[in-house]
Design a protein around this ligand. Structure first.
Ligand SMILES: Cc1cc2nc3c(=O)[nH]c(=O)nc-3n(C[C@H](O)[C@H](O)[C@H](O)COP(=O)(O)O)c2cc1C
Length: 364
């Protein structure tokens, strides 16, 4: 057994990360009704800059892509300018930041859709899940199935948002192919009953994700793209009858595209790692780029998995909420602060930018 630690530099494409600890994407619903991130978001991300890489909260590629109240977008000039404040603040502190791009598909509500339209999905199957809308949690709306001729527009929305990300100063983008949102709705047959080229076989169900990845790679370069997947997660009421062959194929095709990392939620997102049998090593074998592991990691598990050669980088989600200096705390063995669940979604600075570092806590 070798003796690697999380606290050594790692080359991620053109970037040098000072450590192997990544901040996982975390939706916090504070972009306001304009869906524009502001100074508060800039302060929040800047506080967490000691992560090897920051991945932002999920950010919609179009108005139709929104599924929760007050989540930011990246499809208007005002949103590009808002995100520029964030990237400037992070870069000023020597950090690196990718933006996570999403389309929520059926995980939305008519009150969040342009002109109160039905949310879109591969098939007209309502998700058994809730969304955060009108300052509370509500059942998602009944979706309508996307027409075949609408899919190029969705691919193009991702492409344009990636171009906007570069204009906003991001170091790269993460395509959200996980957690029951649109791209995963196409991948998993519990949500996809199409009979055209985007439904049925393993290849067909992977098609939209792969088209998006190829378009984004053409736009900004594969070395600036990660893709997040969650093969066995039931998040947002989704299911898949054949995750192993489905995701083995996806890993092979993403490898051929040369994207820089594959971000894998191992197990149920935020829940048990062993929710269903799945051979994650099969993805690692097929994808030669960086394997970014997530879900339920702590320092010991991450260090063990690193030394077993199972992953290169580790994304921590919940631990970053209450610990802006998570890297330093893990390095020194300091205790981790808990976050307040009441301030996760929405609100202002409270429970967002007011969690102290260890040093700040000591002087309070
Ligand atoms: C408040 C909160 C918001 C989240 N938002 C996102 C998101 O925007 N995009 C995403 O892919 N995952 C999101 N997740 C999932 C996390 O990225 C991560 O997969 C999960 O918390 C498991 O990692 P952990 O055990 O280190 O917390 C969110 C999780 C939480 C707790």
């Amino acid at each position: 057994m070798t003796d690697m630690t999380l606290f050594e530099p790692y080359a991620l494409g053109p970037l040098t990360l000072p450590n192997r600890i990544v901040m996982a994407p975390l939706t916090r619903n504070r972009a306001g009704s304009g869906l524009v991130p502001g100074e508060l978001a800039a302060a929040y991300y800047a506080q967490r800059t000691s992560a090897g890489l920051l991945i932002t909260e999920a950010t919609q590629v179009s108005a139709q892509a929104q599924g929760y109240q007050d989540t930011p977008g990246l499809y208007t000039q005002a949103q590009i300018a808002g995100w520029r404040k964030v990237t400037d603040a992070v870069h000023a502190k020597g950090g690196r930041i990718f933006v996570q791009l999403w389309h929520v598909g059926r995980v939305s509500h008519v009150d969040l859709q342009p002109e109160g339209a039905a949310p879109v999905a591969p098939s007209a199957i309502r998700a058994a899940t809730k969304t955060f809308v009108n300052n509370g949690f509500s059942t998602v709306s009944e979706p309508r199935a996307l027409e075949l001729d609408e899919l190029p527009g969705i691919v193009n929305d991702f492409r344009q948002a990636a171009a906007n990300a570069i204009a906003a100063g991001f170091d790269g983008v993460e395509i959200h192919g996980a957690n029951g949102y649109l791209l995963e709705q196409f991948i998993k047959d519990g949500a996809n009953q199409r009979s055209d080229a985007y439904g049925g076989s393993v290849e067909n169900r992977a098609r939209l994700l792969l088209e998006v990845a190829a378009a984004v790679a053409q736009e900004i370069g594969a070395e600036r793209i990660g893709v997040r997947i969650s093969p066995v997660s039931p998040a947002n009421g989704i299911s898949c009858s054949d995750p192993q062959p489905q995701y083995n194929y996806i890993a092979e095709r993403l490898n051929a595209l040369g994207i820089v990392y594959l971000h894998v939620v191992e197990g149920a997102t935020g829940g048990p790692r062993d929710v269903a049998p799945f051979d994650f090593d099969a993805l690692r074998t097929r994808f030669e780029g960086t394997y970014l592991a997530n879900n339920g990691y702590d320092l010991d598990l991450a260090t063990a998995r690193l030394n077993m050669g199972k992953a290169d980088l580790f994304a921590f989600g919940r631990a970053f909420i209450g610990n802006p200096d998570l890297v330093e705390r893990l390095k020194t063995g300091a205790p981790l602060a808990q976050f307040n669940p009441a301030t996760l979604y929405g609100g202002g600075a409270q429970g967002y930018t007011d969690y102290p570092t260890l040093a700040e806590a000591a002087t309070e």
